[in-house]
Design a binder for this molecule. Sequence first.
Ligand code: PGA
Length: 252
Amino acid sequence: MRTPIIAGNWKMNKTAVAAVEFVREIRHELQNIKGIDRVVCPPFLAIPAVYEVLQATNIGVGAQNMYFAEKGAYTGEVAPDMLTPFCQYVILGHSERRALFGETDEGVNKKVHAALAHGLTPIICVGESLTQNEGGETQVFVSGQVKAALAGLTAEQTATCVIAYEPIWAIGTGKSASAAAAGSIIGLSVRGAVAEMFGEHTAQQVRIQYGGSVTEDNIADYMAHPDIDGALVGGASLKPSFVQLVQNAIVN
Ligand code: PGA
């Protein structure tokens, strides 16, 4: 049985002060929801302060990116062991980073290796553009991204990864993929790619989220799909109603 996981990707929102105020507001209720992993991913500068507020809880903290090198002349970058005192998770290869900041499959793969080497759980993002979707290229593209991100890992390492399938056209648009469509891509192209590389047993252990315009109103539909193990939530993770979203993710 895979424990479901809901992660809030705050993107470039909330100062450290606003972040602390927000997590203080939601922590008790969020803490009381059982049977699901809950994670918040604040901007770098808010991470230590958010960690302070959440350290006595079982709510996880994640970063939204990191660099793969240990240290050195990489102006503006953040190394894995700068995160480990505060974070258990790190989002890697988000489509915004790929599209706006030039991240490549190869770079994402290096970051996945570095995260695992430092005991961080990567939340690896994959997903097709609207053009690719309309061109019928989704399956090949998404499974290619998955295979590139996991290249060189062991089956044991892979089993601990979280993968987020986020169709780019669904991110921040309010046009979410249907649970049936998302579940089918996740089953065939994400879990299927893991199975091709590492076997069915490992594929069954990997937790795979859907992301893209997830709200408290549609989360239950995704969670009802047997291949969807949670969600990576952007906009809807910035408001106190994130608690309700997590609550609605519990499907019996
Ligand atoms: P959204 O973002 O929930 O605002 O669509 C999801 C994401 O980019 O992870």
